[in-house]
Write a protein that binds this ligand. Structure first.
Ligand SMILES: NC(=O)c1ccc[n+]([C@@H]2O[C@H](COP(=O)([O-])OP(=O)(O)OC[C@H]3O[C@@H](n4cnc5c(N)ncnc54)[C@H](OP(=O)(O)O)[C@@H]3O)[C@@H](O)[C@H]2O)c1
Length: 244
């Protein structure tokens, strides 16, 4: 679907690259020619993903430890990315957590964790990477993943929805501040994607009816591959079972 060399010379910083959507996005961006920076907490997983990317695409992939809730780690990871790869053109904010429980059972710690990773983490990483894009002076693309829970609500998702609706507001406000530097923001509203995200969730779900990580990664590469003045502001991708 994508030209192999479409993203040649581009550097993509991908959070949540140790699993699920972030991992497959990094692999697909590399297959399209990008150099990828793989950010997450589990370094051993990132090293494995980097090795696999090198083998299958021949692209350099840099693993960096980065807990998005720790601003000092984000600073260090972004600095290392720029030092090793020279620049950052694309940011995919795929780090995220979901604790889905009825609101009365949701602990304060659960709520705080989702806000910390899913919302505050997106702010911290995006601010640091956008400063770098601004300094480079050649614009950039930021992909955020509110998912369908960033535009609708469902049972057991009070904290998760709060964090994801927050990402939507944050993204629109960041775009307002940063469009003058050519930084383009895309909000991807993906329906359920079959990833380890759902492993520990105690709800009746049909994983075989969900989107695949490939569906999600293709949507991400489509959004980052726009040329000229085009920007994918918002994209809704649902599994067939959840059509409008
Ligand atoms: N799966 C879905 O149905 C779906 C649908 C729409 C949107 N989304 C969103 O898509 C994103 C990716 O989800 P996924 O399904 O790929 O989940 P996943 O397979 O569970 O992966 C989550 C990723 O987030 C990373 N992460 C968690 N906490 C982190 C932290 N504090 N700092 C840095 N990285 C952290 C994990 O890496 P480490 O543990 O190694 O740090 C892992 O790589 C999330 O934002 C999710 O909300 C998911």
């Amino acid at each position: 679907m994508f030209k192999t060399h479409e993203l040649n010379g581009k550097v993509a910083f991908v959070t949540g690259a140790s699993s699920g959507i972030g991992r497959r996005a990094a692999e697909t961006l590399a297959a399209a020619g990008a150099t990828v920076v793989l950010a997450a907490r589990r370094y051993d997983r990132l090293v494995e993903v980097a090795g696999q990317i090198g083998q299958t695409t021949g692209q350099f992939a840099l693993p960096v430890v980065c807990d998005v809730t720790q601003p000092a780690q984000v600073d260090a990871a972004v600095n290392e990315a720029v030092q090793e790869c020279g620049r950052i053109d694309i940011l995919v904010n795929a780090a995220g957590v979901g604790i889905l429980k009825p609101a009365p059972a949701l602990s304060q710690a659960d709520f705080d964790l989702m806000l910390d990773v899913n919302l505050r983490g997106v702010f911290t990483v995006t601010q640091r990477v956008a400063r770098e894009m601004q300094r480079q002076g050649q614009g950039g693309v930021v992909i955020n993943l509110p998912g369908s829970m960033g535009r609708a609500v469902m049972a057991n998702a009070a904290g998760y929805c709060a964090s994801k609706w927050g990402v939507v507001g944050l993204t629109k406000a960041l775009a307002t501040d940063l469009k003058r530097y050519g930084i383009r923001f895309s909000l991807l509203y993906l329906g359920g994607v079959d990833t380890p995200f759902w492993d520990g969730i105690d709800m009746r779900i049909q994983r075989d009816k969900m989107l695949t990580v490939d569906d999600a990664a293709q949507a991400i590469v489509y959004a980052v591959s726009q040329t000229g003045a085009a920007v994918v502001n918002e994209l809704v991708l649902q599994p067939e079972s959840h059509q409008v």
